[in-house]
Design a protein around this ligand. Structure first.
Ligand SMILES: Cc1cc2nc3c(=O)[nH]c(=O)nc-3n(C[C@H](O)[C@H](O)[C@H](O)COP(=O)(O)OP(=O)(O)OC[C@H]3O[C@@H](n4cnc5c(N)ncnc54)[C@H](O)[C@@H]3O)c2cc1C
Length: 509
């Protein structure tokens, strides 16, 4: 449940409730079945637009998608790219999930989220006050790595941009700096850097010397300084496929055509809209939503030479991808110690970034652990530059170090996922990033790498751009839009005379 009374409600634009009332029902193709594409397709289909959604892979959900694998003993298990934190301030993602899960029963709260560094110091977010600045002060009082003295020693002038985060103004102020340079200016204590880097920077799959300081500041605002929802989060208690399959079924029930395993090959502008080349067909559309991961978007635009202006095509081609990451999931023949948390983030223990114990929250893993006496453990390594095999071995060695009881365990099954398809928010790139509105009428973009001038990130940026992309099309057709909700549009401690008049308090719930 949302607790931040200062969250901001962005009312929908007015319009007709259903495309059936128009002279002709518009046809939209959504390319990509991740969060952004599912959101845009849902928003359009709910207004009666004829939607076709094409997804390259055989399952929906994109980077948060789930599929089935078989363990050597024949047991069928859900697999995914692993642990995802569904924060309480992900209002627009939650609005999507509520379409098929009104009580959000498929999500479970994680009671704590400890962070351990190489010296064994542990920070924790358990029972922190939710409201800034009390959350930051209480954290500093309790933290072994970020002390009240460190708080007082911060360069207050350099820290000001953190108190007054606004999009895009924060990018104008800070996008030229790396996250690392910014924290140095701040006099952020060395011991606490792992907090800033591991929780925020590396969660963006970027090493701190390649992440924009503006992106880091927006993250601080979204997760900590600007929101009173707290830093604790929910995780799915079902295999990930069970989040998205019902949304695909609901789309079909609304009349949409959902086509997994159907990669779009090209999008061609035509006199009557667009031709979308897919699976040997040429599908006509009045509008196209490109809801792709960065490499997918680059490839599709390169394969569609007549699409967009030269400047827009250059911007798409310049979209950077973060370095590769590895997710390694192990089905162990014995349990981890009973006190191990659902999720542990690590700092300074390369290549390990975090460890999750799936039976703590995932019902399928819990059933497997109960019936076998084993444990399902997942290890993540982000921003990997080293050769793959040693990194994979290194993950296991670190697991044995942080959870010594696993040293003798035998993996009765395991799967590894190496990928390189997350956006990289490098310094100086914000103004070149393609925005939701495309370069020609009827063409819009959505996804976590797409620019939107709201304080959102990751899954929430994917969902927010998805709603917004659909709203732009609905508005062109005279159809009613969908509301958005965000954390406050600027820092909670910014001078009142500077506050934006666009801010409308959320009275929706
Ligand atoms: C290991 C890992 C952990 C993460 N943890 C978190 C977390 O804790 N919290 C958080 O908020 N975020 C997290 N993220 C980020 C999150 O997964 C993404 O922000 C989000 O899923 C992006 O959604 P999207 O719809 O923008 O893109 P995607 O999910 O990438 O969707 C794009 C879709 O387009 C499809 N596609 C590509 N080309 C074509 C084509 N030619 N035709 C048709 N379809 C095509 C792709 O197959 C894909 O399904 C994590 C990501 C990873 C990988």
């Amino acid at each position: 449940m949302s607790r931040d009374r200062r969250r901001v409600y962005h009312p929908p634009h007015a319009g007709l409730p259903d495309a059936g009332l128009l002279v002709r029902r518009p046809r939209a193709v959504v390319v990509g079945g991740g969060i952004a594409g599912l959101t845009a397709a849902t928003a359009l289909a709910e207004r009666g637009v004829a939607v076709e959604l094409y997804e390259r892979h055989g399952h929906l959900g994109g980077r948060v998608g789930g599929w089935t694998e078989t363990l050597p003993d024949g047991t069928s298990v859900g697999m995914s790219r692993g642990f995802h934190a569904f924060f309480r301030q992900y209002y627009n993602l939650r609005a999507l999930l509520r379409r098929t899960d009104p009580g959000l029963d498929r999500l479970t709260g994680v009671p704590d989220y400890p962070l351990v560094d190489a010296e064994g110091r542990t920070d924790t977010f358990r029972a922190l006050p939710r409201t800034p600045p009390w959350n930051a002060l209480a954290f500093a009082v309790r933290s072994p790595t970020f002390t009240p003295r460190d708080l007082l020693a911060l360069n207050a002038r350099a820290a000001l941009p953190l108190m007054d985060v606004r999009v895009p103004a924060t990018y104008e102020r800070l996008d030229h700096l790396t996250a690392e340079e910014f924290l140095t200016r701040l006099r952020f204590p060395a011991a606490a850097r792992h907090l800033a880097f591991e929780v925020f920077s590396r969660s963006f799959f970027a090493p701190p010397d390649r992440l924009s300081a503006a992106e880091l500041a927006v993250m601080f605002h979204l997760y900590f300084l600007g929101s009173a929802e707290g830093l604790l989060f929910d995780v799915p208690n079902v295999p990930f496929a069970e989040l998205w399959t019902p949304l695909g079924e609901r789309l079909a029930a609304l009349g949409a055509r959902v086509r997994p395993a159907a990669p779009v090959e090209a999008v061609v502008p035509s006199e009557d809209g667009f031709r979308v080349e897919v699976a040997g067909e040429s599908v006509r559309a009045d509008a196209v939503v490109l809801a792709l991961d960065p490499p997918g978007l680059r490839r599709l635009v390169a394969a569609s030479p007549g699409l967009g202006t030269p400047e827009w095509r250059r911007r798409v081609a310049a979209l950077a991808t973060a370095p590769p990451f590895l997710v390694r999931r192990l089905w162990l023949d014995r349990p981890v110690a009973a006190h191990r948390p659902a999720f542990l983030a690590t700092g300074g223990l390369a290549p390990l970034d975090n460890v999750s114990v799936l039976e703590r929250y995932d019902r399928e893993a819990a059933a497997w652990a109960r019936s076998t006496g084993g444990s399902v453990v997942e290890l993540h390594a982000y921003a990997v530059f080293a050769p793959r095999a040693p990194v994979s071995d290194g993950l296991l060695a670190r697991l044995h170090e942080v959870y010594p009881e696993t040293a003798e365990a035998v993996a009765v099954g395991e799967f590894s996922e190496w990928h390189e398809d997350c956006p990289l928010f490098a310094p100086g790139t914000f103004h070149r990033r393609p925005a939701v509105a495309g370069p020609l009428p009827g063409l819009v973009l959505a996804g976590d790498g797409v620019r939107i001038d709201l304080p959102v990130a990751l899954m929430e940026r994917a969902a927010t751009t998805g709603w917004h992309a659909a709203n732009l099309l609905l508005s062109d057709w005279g159809l009613a839009g969908h509301p958005l909700t965000t954390v406050p549009l600027r820092g909670r401690f910014s001078p009142p005379f500077l506050r934006s008049t666009r801010t409308v308090p959320d009275r929706s719930r």
